[in-house]
Design a protein around this ligand. Structure first.
Ligand code: GAL
Length: 423
């Protein structure tokens, strides 16, 4: 077990105890659902509270089982242990690949009736519809779509220094050098494995969507030998000089705080960071702005947040179906996504309730399959084991400058070849 995995497991076990405590709360409603999720920051909390409140209006209680683990690594471990211990929650926050894995094991409630009654096939963006399906059945209720390749910048800071928002990595280098001379950290970043890997996947995308899909969707051997992969790895290592020292392993809201507090100027992160900035009272296009991560303007690197209903307790079904239907109600879609920073999963969302970042994100996502690129790190593109192994390898490369790029490239290729691809 790697040190990183050790760390994650330790955190997950601590969370398991925490979850056990959280479940002890007595629900005020006759029916209630225990929901396992990893939404822990202020804005995530507010988004959860909104759904819980709306569910309460339908006489169903929400029992919170939160596992504090950015991107859900710990939550995944806790869910697996609890499934094995026959102590599963009724609802779990999952991402696409994981929905498929649990559905294959026949552990999720099929939501076909809810989907048919709510005309989900007409309501949902087609990519979202296929994300929640396995073997012709619906296994999750989608909440929102996040754009991962987002560059957040402190607008006032860049304006004060007369600096442009970099659209390319070349421009980024120029802007970063000026910021550093002015005593500002150019790029806020944590060394947490998933956060490093999130930055890395945007850098791979910057080298070409064909390369990205070859590596993380099709897992082509040729893509792993491509010198653009080496370029992305070297870029990841190269931008370390623009991060504050030491590069700490911290939660993403802590890095964001640097941006909000004008100590750092930019941050590459999924747009859940927008939700968090809004919850701190910052305003889009006043205090901060969002642009595409450098060299990725044409693409929407995405993930979809969904809730799956665990099918082990038949008596929970009516309440589970209520929650699934609620997720798609226009009011929840508009209000939840505004708080969360994501965009509605709907073909016809309430544009008037969306800010400029959200509108741009929705428009690009909806422009067609060519623009849509599924996130590796946020479990949209390939098997969980491969995802975990790649994240660990990239993290090691990031931390240890003595590892030759060719070694990492070779190892990544081996990972992609070794694990059998499941569909
Ligand atoms: C993502 C998830 C987001 C947000 C983020 C940080 O995987 O889709 O909703 O929670 O992790 O934890």
């Amino acid at each position: 077990m790697t040190e990183t995995t050790h760390h994650t497991v330790r955190k997950a076990l601590a969370a398991l105890c925490l979850a056990a405590c959280a479940c002890a709360a007595v629900p005020a409603h006759a029916q209630s659902l225990q929901v396992l999720h990893w939404w822990t920051s202020d804005s995530e909390r507010k988004a959860v509270d909104l759904i819980a409140r709306r569910l309460g209006e339908q006489q169903v209680g929400w029992r919170d089982s939160m596992v504090p683990s950015g991107s859900g690594v710990g939550a995944g471990i806790v869910l697996r242990s609890r499934m094995l211990a026959k102590d599963a929650p009724e609802v779990a926050q999952l991402n696409a690949i994981v929905v498929r894995d649990w559905a294959r094991l026949n552990l999720l409630l099929e939501l076909d009736t809810v989907a048919a009654a709510g005309h989900w096939n007409k309501l949902l963006l087609p990519t979202v519809a296929s994300t929640i399906e396995y073997d012709g059945h619906v296994y999750a209720a989608p909440l929102g779509i996040h754009r991962i390749n987002t560059l957040f910048y402190n607008r006032k800071l860049l304006q004060r220094l007369g600096l442009p928002v970099p659209a390319t990595w070349k421009e980024f280098e120029r802007v970063a050098a000026k910021l550093q001379r002015a005593g500002i950290v150019p790029l806020a970043q944590s060394s947490e494995p998933w956060q490093v890997a999130t930055l890395f996947e945007t850098m791979v995308l910057a080298e070409g969507a064909d390369l990205y899909r070859g590596l993380f969707v099709r897992r082509d051997a040729a893509a792993y030998a491509d010198r653009r992969l080496a370029a992305a790895l070297l870029r990841l290592r190269g931008v370390k000089r623009w991060m504050g020292r030491p590069i700490q392993e911290r939660m993403w809201p802590d890095s964001l705080q640097e941006l909000a507090g004008q100590r750092a100027a930019m941050m590459v992160m999924g747009d859940w960071a927008k939700g968090e900035l809004l919850s701190k009272g910052q305003a889009v296009d006043v205090d901060f702005g969002c642009a595409a991560a450098p060299d990725t303007g044409r693409y929407h690197l995405y993930n979809v947040d969904t809730l799956s209903m665990v099918g082990t307790r038949p008596e929970a079904r009516p309440a589970q179906e209520k929650l699934a239907a609620l997720a798609l109600s226009p009011a929840v879609q508009a209000d939840y996504n505004r708080i969360k920073g994501s965009i509605p999963v709907l073909r016809q969302p309430a544009f008037a309730k969306m800010d400029a970042c959200a509108r741009a994100s929705w428009k690009l996502f909806n422009s067609g399959a060519e623009a849509q690129v599924p996130s590796l790190v946020h479990r949209m593109s390939t098997d969980e084991t491969v995802r975990d192994a790649i994240v660990t390898e990239v993290h090691r490369f990031f931390l240890d400058d003595s590892i030759p790029v060719a070694d990492t490239q070779r190892r990544l290729g081996t990972i992609a070849r070794t694990f059998i691809k499941t569909k």
